[in-house]
Design a protein around this ligand. Structure first.
Ligand code: PCG
Length: 557
């Protein structure tokens, strides 16, 4: 349709291409997958330069053995660098919380950043110096590593996207270490070369050293040179080294520098590793800290061994089952909207399965979801005992609970997933002979995860949902009636009192209708009777007349 017509609009094709202006409005969202993939590509390019620029300029054998390959990769990476600058000019930014998508504005913002300066310096055609020196003088491309910012952005993004951030952080750290060792190895090789291979046993060795009678053998291969340098670098940086001592002034100078830098790098490594490990175990550590606190308290207060054991086991269940009782604390940094959404995704399914809420509006459920707290009960724990003052209602998320007799032996009923209990004593059901006291004992069979809803929260919520409220009350009434704990008269009375004005009016209307109908019926009935009476009366009159006539004729005779 439209697009076809536009395509065949009769213009010559080449003109159409110059007309295409779509790219002028193209912008890149930095949180998109596209930008993420681009960061991966750029990271490879920068990493290539980070590793190879120094290596090729130091190990001449590496450079000269495959020049064409290096040059190809060099210029592919340079192309990527240029495309990257274009993408940076189109990167969407935020201004006063609004996305800026005006490309001119984006360009201007980018031009003012320090990143722009680095980006430009990193792609300056320093290779031109080859013309003055040689094509193997690759150290002039060192400016390419100034684009290293892309790698760290990529790492940051991966960190927040990754589901196993610890593993990723460890990998990242190892990569940094390897990279530092690599650069240091290259420095060592270069310094050795400047001092002169084989000049003593501190510097890099090669096959010619044998002649010098230094007691070491070397090889001329590139691999040997690199491995030897890397080994030296590792031992020196980590100060684990059993390497030959420096002998000349330049060697001493170099080693002093090495150790200084080594201390910094080493400290960073240790700090990072301990950071990773600490945060990896922080969850467990926090729980352990809590357990220790509780244990100390129990010892101090002479709590019985049996109860102590139960407490410890309860904590164990929490840890093994990865339960967080205090979700509200974990999610406290989120906005209310996000909190509601998370809570509803996590808990709404189970709430929907609750019979009581089956036909309830989604709004009620959402409101409840935000007010529910989780509680975990251990085997044999009483959730409530008959006679306690009721303060909350429970919904079973997982587990099984028994309604038991006061002696604790007889089990009246078992409650399972999705069942609501504890509502009777908090709903102020009229005629409840127990008032606001619990009407039954509820005991957990195994571990039970319950949602807890406080009395105030329930009342607040139910105020706006009278249907759910009357359903709850009705259910409670039935249970009380069954247990013979309901005063029927009071209950009826309250039922009337509970009615709203509207309900009362409706009832009066009904009564009026009924009365009018009855009056109508009576009127019809009255009519019928009246007619019948009239007939009867006429008949009687006629009979009477006849009788009189007969009598009169007799008399005449
Ligand atoms: P509540 O608040 O009296 O506390 C104990 C709860 O046990 C009670 O509310 C009911 O929700 C629940 N329950 C479950 N089965 C029964 C039963 O058969 N009788 C009574 N009275 N309560 C029961």
């Amino acid at each position: 349709g439209m697009s076809l017509k536009r395509f065949y609009s009769g213009k010559p094709f080449f003109k159409m291409i110059t007309d295409v202006k779509w790219w002028r409005t193209v912008v890149v969202d930095p949180s998109s997958n596209f930008y993420y993939i681009w960061l991966i590509i750029m990271s490879f390019a920068v990493m290539y330069n980070l590793i190879m620029v120094i290596a090729r300029s130091v190990f001449s054998q590496l450079q000269t053995s495959c020049r064409p390959i290096w040059l190809t990769i060099d210029y592919v990476s340079d192309t990527l660098y240029l495309v990257d600058i274009f993408i940076q000019t189109r990167k969407v930014t935020l201004e006063n919380g609004q996305f800026v998508i005006d490309t001119k504005k984006l360009m201007n913002t980018y031009l003012k950043t320090f990143d722009f300066f680095l980006d430009v310096v990193s792609i300056l055609p320093t290779d031109a110096i080859y013309l003055l020196t040689s094509i193997d003088f690759t150290i002039v491309r060192t400016n390419r590593i100034l684009r290293v910012q892309r790698i760290s952005t990529f790492f940051d993004k991966t960190d927040s996207r990754s589901n196993s951030p610890y593993a990723f952080r460890a990998t990242q750290l190892i990569m940094y270490i390897l990279l530092s060792l690599h650069w240091n190895a290259c420095f060592y090789y270069q310094v050795s070369e400047w001092i002169g291979f084989c000049s003593d046993n501190f510097v890099m060795v090669n096959s010619s050293c044998e002649k010098e009678n230094l007691g070491v053998t070397g090889s001329d291969s590139l691999l040997f040179a690199y491995v030897f340098s890397f080994y030296w670098s590792l031992l020196t940086i980590t100060a684990m080294g059993d390497v030959s001592h420096p002998k000349t002034v330049p060697e001493f100078g170099f080693v002093v520098m090495e150790y200084l830098v080594g201390i910094l790098i080493f400290a960073t490594i240790i700090g990072n590793v301990s950071d990773i490990i600490t945060s990896m175990n922080s969850e467990k550590a926090t729980l352990e800290e809590k357990i220790d606190g509780v244990k100390q308290y129990m010892v101090l207060r002479n709590v019985s061994k049996e109860l102590e054991k139960r407490v410890t086991k309860w904590f164990e269940y929490l840890w093994i089952d990865r339960q967080t009782v205090d979700e509200h604390e974990v999610l406290s940094s989120l906005s209310l909207r996000l909190k509601t959404e998370i809570a509803s995704q996590v808990h709404l399914d189970i709430l929907r399965r609750v019979t009581l809420f089956k036909e309830c509006e989604a709004g009620l459920l959402m409101e409840l979801v935000m007010k529910l707290k989780l509680a975990v009960f251990s085997p044999g724990d009483y959730v409530c005992r008959k006679g306690d003052i009721g303060k909350e209602l429970y919904i079973i998320k997982r587990g099984k609970l028994d309604v038991v007799a006061d002696d604790g032996n007889m089990v009246f009923a078992s409650l399972g997933e999705g069942i609501v209990f504890g509502e009777i004593s908090i709903l102020n059901i009229a005629g409840n002979k127990n008032g606001n006291k619990r009407t039954a004992n509820i005991r957990s069979v195994g571990y039970a995860d319950l949602y807890v809803l406080s009395k105030e929260d329930l009342w607040d919520t139910l105020k706006e949902y009278p249907e759910a409220k009357s359903k709850l009350i009705e259910k409670g009434r039935q249970m009380l009636r069954k247990d013979n704990m309901l005063d029927e008269d009071l209950s009826k009375e309250q039922e009337l009192l509970d009615m709203t004005t509207e309900q009362k009016l409706e009832r009066m209307d009904q009564v009026l209708d009924d009365t009018i109908e009855q009056i109508n019926k009576l009127t019809i009935e009255f009519d019928k009777i009246q007619r019948r009476m009239k007939k009867k009366l006429t008949r009687a009159e006629k009979k009477l007349e006849l009788l009189i006539l007969k009598k009169m004729s007799k008399d005449k005779e």
